[in-house]
Write a protein that binds this ligand. Structure first.
Ligand code: GAR
Length: 196
């Protein structure tokens, strides 16, 4: 079996990244993590990736005149490494339209809400403030409009009576760690019915 070559883009903690790395350690998993790139050199996820022996790189936006040139650099690194699938896992920077279009249907993201509800930031607080009874997470194809690409998988969790943002976030994160690897597996084996 030839494994699909994957890069993960992160900005921070890297717990979803670690869930993907762990899944890929299984010999029968159809993808391998070749590279982790962070836009923050202090991202804790970089150390975690290195502890698994994964090649890491950090690219600082401040060294580029604009987002377009920054994303072109990321794209060049991905191409040098023959990457076929990109996972954005807590990558807190919006990708340029050019980048997204040049990796059409090859970028998957995890988002901590039941999209299309609560795009953007502060998802858990907004869900709690609205008094919803169900919350959750979504994996989706990345398109240039924020958090709007084709939905691939979702998992729901109940919102509990005395929930805090933190408690809800933790409950959802456990589900993120399940659906993201499952989504990657299905992308790598071409199982989804993707929009053209
Ligand atoms: C995760 O909850 C992820 O869903 C969220 O950031 C967290 C990153 O945690 N992503 C977004 O909000 C993107 N819009 P992690 O670094 O431990 O995976």
């Amino acid at each position: 079996m030839s494994k699909k070559k994957v890069a993960i883009l992160i900005s921070g903690r890297g717990s979803n990244m670690e869930a993907l790395i762990k899944a890929c350690q299984d010999a029968s998993f159809p993808a391998s993590i070749e590279l982790v790139i962070s836009n923050k050199k202090e991202a804790r996820g970089l150390e975690i990736a290195q502890s698994y022996g994964i090649h890491t790189q950090s690219v600082n936006r401040k060294n580029f005149p604009n987002d377009h040139e920054f994303d072109s650099k990321i794209s060049a690194i991905l191409k040098e490494n023959n990457i076929e699938i990109i996972c954005t896992a807590g990558y807190m920077k919006i990708l340029t339209k050019e980048f997204v279009e040049s990796w059409h249907n090859q970028i998957i993201n995890i988002h901590p809400s039941l999209l299309p509800d609560y795009k953007g930031l502060n998802t858990h607080k907004r869900a709690l403030d609205d008094g919803v009874q169900l919350a959750g997470c979504t994996t989706h194809i990345v398109e240039s409009e924020l958090d709007s690409g084709q939905i691939l998988m979702q998992a729901t969790v109940p919102v509990l009576k005395d929930d805090t943002e933190d408690a809800l976030a933790k409950r959802i994160l456990r589900m993120e760690h399940i659906i993201f690897p499952e989504t990657l597996k299905r992308i790598a084996t071409n199982e989804f019915r993707l929009n053209k």
